[in-house]
Design a protein. Structure first.
Lengths: 305, 180
């Protein structure tokens, strides 16, 4: 399977076989570190909106492979402030780097960046649309902690309307015959287009506002933050921000093997008392960003065949 | 002339005038009817356009820039659509690709290519798999609404029509479609 020069923009662009190939490569990267794999290569991290985890994870992955990183973490320090188009920003940066990781608040920006650039582009989040590297590390985590991807009962709780990690995860997991439980207040429920897609693929799903009814059936509970920055109306945000909170009491009917994931940062959705339980895998999940991003960088730069 | 004959003549004249006036009015109505759908020698006739999409068809085909006669009629009676629009373009022969662009707003339209008053070709409108530079993405935070870029949409479902933005991947229903 040849990934050289390929852009990583949307989880829709990958077949089941390709997803599994990336996960296998990530496992190899974790088991056999290859510290000089990307020596002499430069990653440009063009982050037009704030991010800690994703940017640092890309930086760490690149540096662990002896590559270098340049870029910015806010559009305020760039010529975008002067009115430069995204297209021009990309055309300029492709002169300086071998690969670009872009985060931008506008949806579809990464696809446009990939069309502008001759070098490969990785989408590190385009508004509420896609965040494929997060999805790949989510799959990697599920596979690692559950020792399989097929036939799992997956609960997703929180902001299902604006949460891009949720949308990508649902699309990716759809390859593996899951049963989904979408748990959210009605105004933040899963968009109709994703539900239509699941119906087309004959994938079972349930929608509920009650977390307690779904908990006993779940193998994985994916918790998301109600994202303030995605709400057009701050009052609406205030109404829903603390609606779900996972505590030990919430999990009293859960399977012992239930694993709780969260793309982080959490803002009170999961009580700290859960951190020390066997259920918690969210910090491990964040750490899994490293082997997955190493694998992707190695693959698209042609260093791994 | 005797008084009675004069009266009869007057009545006859009046009747005659009435008949002529009616005939004239009828002729005028026919004329008006003809005007709204007047024939073209050479060109393209697009019929069976949903009446509220008539001007969108003109926009999509950029007919406002056409240098010959363009006849546009809306709110015409139609058995199938209730009300319909017709657009006739003199001396322009639309290609199948051009015709398909209007399928988004007028999926049942019929397109006739006219040569010397005769229908030379009938083209059935078909929604293309890829729709380029016709539709404006209805997602306000789509990059295509901020950068200068030609929009691209993929048809995911024909009936009812649902399309997907190449950039933001948002699925758009027929009723939310806006023309560029």
């Amino acid at each position: 399977m040849d990934f050289k020069s390929r852009d990583i923009i949307s989880i829709y662009d990958f077949s089941k076989a390709e997803l599994l190939y990336i996960l296998r490569t990530a496992k190899q990267m974790e088991e056999k570190p290859n510290p000089n794999l990307l020596k002499g290569k430069i990653l440009a991290t063009l982050f037009f909106e704030p991010s800690t985890r994703t940017r640092l994870s890309f930086t760490s992955a690149m540096e662990q492979l002896s590559g270098q990183v340049m870029g910015f973490s806010s559009s305020h320090v760039t010529s975008v402030e002067k009115g430069e188009s995204l297209w021009d920003t990309i055309k300029m940066n492709e002169q300086y780097a071998d690969v670009i990781a872009i985060r931008h608040p506008l949806e579809g920006s990464a696809r446009l960046a990939a069309e502008a650039a001759k070098i490969p582009v990785i989408n590190a989040g385009d508004g509420a649309n896609q965040h494929p590297t997060q999805t790949l590390l989510d799959l990697y985590t599920i596979q690692k902690v559950k020792e399989r991807l097929n036939g799992l009962h997956i609960g997703i709780v929180g902001d299902l309307k604006y949460g891009r990690t949720v949308h990508s995860l649902v699309v990716a997991m759809s390859h593996f015959e899951p049963t989904f439980y979408f748990i959210s207040p009605q105004p933040l429920s899963m968009p109709e287009s994703y539900l239509a897609e699941l119906k087309d693929k004959k994938i079972r799903y349930f929608e509920t506002a009650e977390l307690s009814t779904a908990i006993p059936r779940l193998d994985v509970l994916y918790v998301t933050r109600i994202q303030k920055e995605r709400f057009p109306d701050p009052l609406e945000y205030e109404k829903y921000k603390g609606v779900y909170k996972i505590t030990k009491a919430t999990l009293k009917d859960a399977k012992d093997s239930l694993k709780i994931m969260h793309p982080l940062p959490r803002v009170g959705e999961i009580d700290q008392e859960i951190d020390s339980t066997e259920h918690a895998v969210y910090f491990q999940q964040a750490g899994n960003g490293i082997p997955v991003r190493k694998a992707l960088l190695g693959l698209i730069l042609g260093a791994i065949k | 002339m005797p008084k009675s004959k004069k009266k009869a003549h007057k009545k006859e004249t009046k009747n005659q005038v009435g008949k002529e006036a009616k005939a004239e009015m009828k002729e005028s109505k026919e004329h008006k009817k003809q005007l709204s759908i007047s024939a073209i020698v050479d060109g393209t006739v697009i019929d069976h356009i949903p009446t509220d999409a008539t001007f969108k068809v003109v926009e999509i085909l950029r007919l406002q820039n056409h240098n010959d006669i363009v006849s546009i009629a809306t709110n015409l009676q139609s058995n199938t659509l209730g009300k319909k629009g017709i657009v006739k373009v003199a001396n322009k022969f639309l290609t199948e690709t051009e015709v398909n662009k209007i399928a988004v707003v007028a999926p049942d339209a019929t397109v006739n290519i006219i040569k010397n008053y005769n229908v030379k070709q009938k083209i059935k409108v078909k929604v293309p798999q890829l729709i380029e530079d016709v539709i404006k993405c209805s997602n306000p935070v789509c990059i295509t609404n901020s950068e200068k870029v030609k929009t691209k949409f993929y048809t995911v479902q024909n009936n009812p029509l649902r399309i997907k933005c190449h950039y933001c991947e948002r699925i758009i229903k027929k009723e939310d479609i806006n023309i560029v």
